[in-house]
Design a protein around this ligand. Structure first.
Ligand code: GLU
Length: 492
């Protein structure tokens, strides 16, 4: 049977390698059967979702070569593929669930819910909704709504027994209904939560196999129940193991760059990154570590997935990338790829206006602009020194700048400039002193082309990584220091 799979990222940040991982396995699974791979944008969280984030996710997946058959920019028979454009679809299903007695309107205030939660915590119980509104009659609910009372729609959960989640990799997983909350399906503003939207969309988009991260296992009972309530066939569930840092903690940007854009900006080949992701928890029958996407599809089989915690190890990725460079690209292709990477005309056209005034002969160019085609510049604690500023304060400036830059969405010269003006003001420091270590962190040198223009060209991933690198050159920040700095940062 032809499979239809999907990847369903939420556009709330940088395109994460975990998204690429799910996309790769979903893609291979569908293509192995001659089926379709769909990209759906799950932007039900209107406050955190941004079009910029969506655009970078699309760009990154496309750069990797994971082309989707249906999606927000390709369209198809099951569109729209962006949940914010499907908002009028979900309400009717919530109504149907209420009418069939599977869901109810809940008028509880935030304060009441907080009280219930607090007392459950005190009693050492699982925190969950206590069913206060479950028996409100249709008439009473209508009267309250007419009186302007806000309400959400919650799903009913069986009081006893267990839900058996059939996972294609793990077999049957039993979860007691007592551990499952009466999930909100429709928010007070009429918008769906992830749980309603994902079930409705996967059904309407005819998804046959859901491949996603293991962090969603605990949500599966709610979804299984919704399929049952709505009388829909349940897709197969495949929960992939989570990617890990080398110390086995969940992959996090504090320990490993997690943004796909970082790997692109560092000059990794998309083929190598895909190959590496394919090696995490999966292997070729002959054990060969270097393989193409087509070879992965040809040999794809869920039974080859191992559930051990796959470690995302940048050194191993670099090694594999080196093999791709040496074994796959001939000199002509190498030249083309490196030109395409950073020495392309578009990039040079952005860089040249910044340095033209300072150059008399071309040979002066390379040292001036080499940091545009570099990974992490070579830094020493001395190189980051700022006159009359303590080293600890320099570290603080770098860390605070990093946090501000992590939250910065519009990555252009003027907003970046403003960000530092504001930061210097809140810290009560001279702008010059705040910018001095940033200059060095970004360019590796105290004198460089205009900082904000350079940062705009370099892009967010490399700039953030270079600041993180500078912090680590100064000895890094311990967990304890992070706590203290976070507190100070919040009070700025
Ligand atoms: N939007 C969810 C995420 O960001 C998708 C989870 C799923 O695949 O069901 O991970």
């Amino acid at each position: 049977m032809k499979a239809r799979t999907r990847v369903a990222p939420s556009p709330t940040g940088d395109p994460h390698v975990g998204t690429a991982y799910m996309a790769l396995f979903s893609y291979c699974y569908a293509k192995k059967t001659g089926g379709e791979f769909i990209l759906r944008i799950e932007d039900t969280d209107a406050e955190r979702s941004t079009p910029e984030s969506e655009a970078t996710i699309l760009d990154s997946l496309r750069w990797l070569g994971l082309d989707w058959d249906e999606g927000p920019d390709v369209e198809g028979p099951h569109g729209p593929y962006r949940q914010s454009e499907r908002s009028d679809i979900y309400g009717q299903y919530a109504e149907r669930l209420i009418a069939d007695g599977h869901a109810f309107r809940c008028f509880c205030t935030r304060e009441r819910l907080a009280e219930v939660r607090a007392s459950q915590m005190k009693a050492g119980e699982t925190t969950r909704y206590d069913g206060h509104c479950i028996n409100i009659s249709t008439d009473d609910a209508a009267a309250l709504m007419a009186a302007g009372e806000a309400c959400v729609v919650r799903m009913k959960i069986p009081e006893e027994g267990v839900c058996t989640v059939k996972d294609e990799l793990r077999g049957d997983i039993e979860i007691a209904w007592s551990q499952v909350d009466m999930q909100v399906l429709l928010k007070a503003d009429g918008n769906p939560t992830y749980h309603l939207a994902v079930v409705v969309d996967d059904h309407l988009m005819e998804i046959t196999d859901i491949i996603r991260g293991e962090e969603w296992i605990s949500s599966a009972p709610k979804h299984i129940l919704l399929y049952e309530y709505l009388g829909w066939p349940m897709p197969k569930l495949v929960h992939m193991p989570l990617l890990r840092n080398p110390d086995k903690s969940k992959l996090s940007k504090r320990k490993n760059p997690t943004s796909i854009g970082y790997y692109k900006a560092m000059g990794f080949l998309p083929e190598a990154l895909l190959n590496y992701l394919g090696m995490l928890g999966w292997s070729m029958p002959d054990g060969e570590e270097k393989f193409t996407l087509d070879e992965m599809i040809e040999n794809f089989d869920l039974s080859r997935i191992s559930l051990g915690a796959p470690v995302f190890d940048v050194d191993k990725l670099s090694w594999l990338n080196g093999r791709w460079l040496r074994e796959t690209l001939d000199d002509g292709q190498f030249a083309d790829r490196v030109t395409e990477w950073a020495l392309n005309r578009d990039n040079l056209l952005k860089i040249i206006p910044l340095v033209k005034e300072r150059v008399d002969v071309f040979s002066q160019l390379a040292p001036m602009i080499s940091f545009f085609a570099e990974g992490m510049p070579e830094l020493s604690p001395e190189s980051l020194k700022v006159k009359n500023v303590e080293e600890e304060d320099v570290k603080k400036i770098l860390q605070f700048s990093l946090w501000r830059l992590e939250a910065q969405i519009l990555w252009e010269r003027d907003p970046l400039n403003q960000l530092f003006v504001d930061l210097a003001e809140s810290l009560g420091l001279k702008l010059r002193d705040v910018l001095a270590p940033i200059f060095v962190a970004i360019s590796g040198k105290p004198v460089a082309p205009p900082l904000f223009d350079s940062m705009a060209i370099l892009g967010p991933d490399i700039c953030r990584a270079r600041l993180r690198h500078a912090v680590s050159v100064l000895g890094g920040v311990s967990k304890k220091q992070v706590k203290r700095l976070e507190k100070e940062y919040k009070e700025l």
